[in-house]
Design a protein around this ligand. Structure first.
Ligand code: GYE
Length: 357
């Protein structure tokens, strides 16, 4: 009997060892098995992002591009980049080349709102997801995965709220009894201009002391900002006294401008170039700008501006997060706004940090 039990014990130990050896052998064989095409490609496949940028019209735009390249490098994402030199047709060409190249994801800054349906339909048919960056479009929402950028409406509202606060309890000294506003707007038909103008008017129209007497498109360019103000100054020369220049402020059709709302810092810096060139005293003109690049913050600190609404160009890190989610086939929010703030003459400037653009 004892011998039988001993024999059984030996058999179960041997079969247990055999099972362990078999299992080990199985695990080793799996790990040594050559990876399938898909396994290899999934793990080692470096995401390729086709990115179409509108150009380099402002310090904001340049920082925006840098931020995206930096974040792509940090996330080991390859970028196929195209600078469209401010032309929509170049963006359409770039997006089509990304489709041919079969990039994994396309991201682009739509210079204007309309005219994207066809090319985005082609991207969809090619199975390439698209993310909108910085500006929005009028197109079938199923043609893009989501938008990442600024809340232009809120930027406009912030600018107007500052103006209402600044003129709180004051009445205009102008003949019309109105507080006259000059608006320098950016690229026509772009979502950012639509929103900054709309948000500003939404608040301004709650107070009938204010009147926008003139709005002109400066295409977000310093040179255009300078030119518009030069024309304004030149056209305010008083014909009566042999074209003597009015230097106690800016005028439009003889009306003194009490406030300027400029849609970006580049145009605002152009404005400052002209008033300095002509020696115009704008100490009682309230000047509000948008973007918050270092030069405009310096002008605010120097008392040349009254308020700067931040538009944050550092979209890179968030974009790469969204790119990776989309590449994994995951849903992303329809809209992701960047965090932004406000800089005004009432701030403690010693608390400011460098803007980095
Ligand atoms: O304000 C301006 C740039 O689209 C938010 O474009 C962007 C705007 C920005 O030219 O500086």
């Amino acid at each position: 009997m004892k011998a039988k039990v001993k024999k059984l014990q030996i058999i179960s130990i041997i079969s247990f060892l055999a099972a362990v050896i078999f299992l080990l052998g199985f695990i080793i064989s799996i790990s040594l098995k050559p990876k399938t095409e898909k396994q290899n490609s999934d793990q080692t496949h470096r995401l390729i992002l086709g990115f179409s940028q509108i150009g380099s019209e402002s310090a904001w735009r340049t920082r925006n591009t840098q931020s995206i390249f930096e974040a792509a490098a940090e996330n080991d994402i390859q970028i196929l980049f195209d600078d469209a030199q401010q032309k929509q047709e170049n963006q359409l060409k770039a997006i089509r080349s990304f489709i041919v190249y079969q990039v994994d994801i396309i991201a682009f800054v739509p210079i204007v709102e309309d005219g994207w349906d066809n090319v985005l339909t082609e991207a969809k048919e090619a199975g390439i997801p698209v993310i909108l960056v910085d500006r929005q479009i009028n197109a079938d929402p199923s043609l893009y995965a989501g938008f990442l950028g600024e809340d232009g409406l809120e930027e406009g509202r912030r600018a107007a709220r500052f103006l209402l606060k600044k003129f709180n309890g004051t009445t205009s000294t102008s003949d019309s009894g109105k507080i006259s506003i000059l608006e320098l707007s950016g690229t026509e038909n772009s979502s950012v201009v639509r929103d900054r103008a709309k948000g500003f008017r939404e608040i301004i129209e709650t107070d009938n002391r204010f009147e926008i007497v003139h709005s002109e498109n400066g295409d977000f360019l310093r040179s255009r900002g300078k030119e518009i103000i030069e024309n304004l100054i030149e056209s305010s020369r008083s014909p009566a006294i042999t074209g003597r220049l009015k230097t106690n402020g800016l005028y439009y059709n003889g009306k003194k401008i009490n406030a300027v709302y400029s849609h970006n810092d580049s145009m605002t810096l152009g404005l400052l170039d002209s008033i300095e060139q002509y020696g115009i005293n704008t100490s009682d003109t309230v000047i509000i700008s948008v973007d918050a690049e270092q030069k405009s913050i310096d002008a605010l600190k120097a008392g040349k501006l009254n308020c700067v609404v931040e538009c944050n160009p550092n979209l890179g890190p968030k974009l790469m997060e969204l790119v990776k989610l989309v590449a994994e086939g995951k849903e992303i929010p329809r809209i992701t706004y960047n965090t932004e703030t406000l800089f005004t003459e009432y701030d403690d400037f010693s608390l400011y940090t460098e803007r980095g653009y």
